[in-house]
Design a protein around this ligand. Structure first.
Ligand SMILES: Nc1ncnc2c1ncn2[C@@H]1O[C@H](COP(=O)(O)OP(=O)(O)O)[C@@H](O)[C@H]1O
Ligand SMILES: [Mg+2]
Length: 226
């Protein structure tokens, strides 16, 4: 995707394997990649999923488009080149986080198939789970929702390169899941994704919170007894 400029670099191997981290966390790292039109419901679904996972005792973290553009990617705009770099970085960061053992949820329009494929391949070649979720609502619904008023601005010609209006969105051809936000609530969709993760054995059991609480109580009791 980008030409590599770094030279004279050598990979330094760690003494620790991914499974050592996963053993501490008692979960398998993976990335849940949400893609869809603006206002399709990506952020809402992502944060509902993160909330439910944390409530069940799993370590999860959202990388959200707008939030990441406040920091790491604040030097990128919305040209095709910058969108590509935006997604390349998120592909790399989510891979690192999944390698840490975290259930990483990315919430980006990610309009191009090629970039999504790059992220998928990056995960697969490192033996990491990657679940592509197409967050879907019709363009008409997205435009009606428009909580940030961006469709309105784009239609008025005040905002250029807006996905769905004057910039393309390539519909995922083979998503692992489709999240229909016109039919289901964010909580229902989070539940459906969790069911899928359980089926694929990225998650161990329905609810780990009570197990974790028990382990924590035993641990603190053992410290007190010293
Ligand atoms: N499952 C859903 N059902 C109904 N409305 C939803 C759903 N998911 C999101 N929304 C609404 O759609 C709008 C856009 O959601 P948001 O998550 O900000 O979209 P995106 O991150 O894709 O731009 C918000 O007003 C939100 O409340
Ligand atoms: Mg969003």
């Amino acid at each position: 995707m980008t030409t590599t400029k770094a030279t004279n670099i050598t990979w330094h191997h760690s003494q620790v394997a991914r499974k050592d981290r996963e053993e501490i966390l008692q979960q398998r790292g993976c990335t849940i990649w949400l893609t869809g039109l603006p206002s399709s419901g990506k952020s809402t679904t992502a944060y509902a999923l993160e909330h439910q996972l944390i409530q069940r005792g799993y370590l999860a973290y959202v990388l959200d488009g707008d939030n990441i553009r406040h920091g790491l990617n604040n030097n990128l705009g919305f040209s095709a080149e910058d969108r590509q770099e935006n997604i390349r970085r998120i592909g790399e960061v989510s891979k690192l986080m999944a390698d840490c053992g975290v259930i990483t949820i990315t919430s980006f329009i990610s309009p191009y198939e090629r970039e999504r494929e790059f992220a998928r391949t990056l995960h697969k070649t490192h033996g990491l789970g990657f679940v592509e979720v197409y967050v879907h609502a019709s363009l008409a619904t997205c435009e009606k929702r428009d909580p940030k008023g961006l469709y309105k601005k784009a239609r008025a010609g005040q905002l250029k390169n807006f996905t769905g209006i004057d910039d393309p969105y390539e519909i995922p051809l083979h998503p692992d899941l489709v999240a229909e936000t016109e039919r289901y609530s964010p909580e229902e969709l989070a539940c459906k994704i969790i069911q899928y993760l359980l089926k694929l054995r990225y998650l161990q059991s329905e609810d780990r919170r009570s197990d974790l609480n028990k382990a924590w109580t035993l641990y603190t009791a053992s410290l007190a007894a010293r």
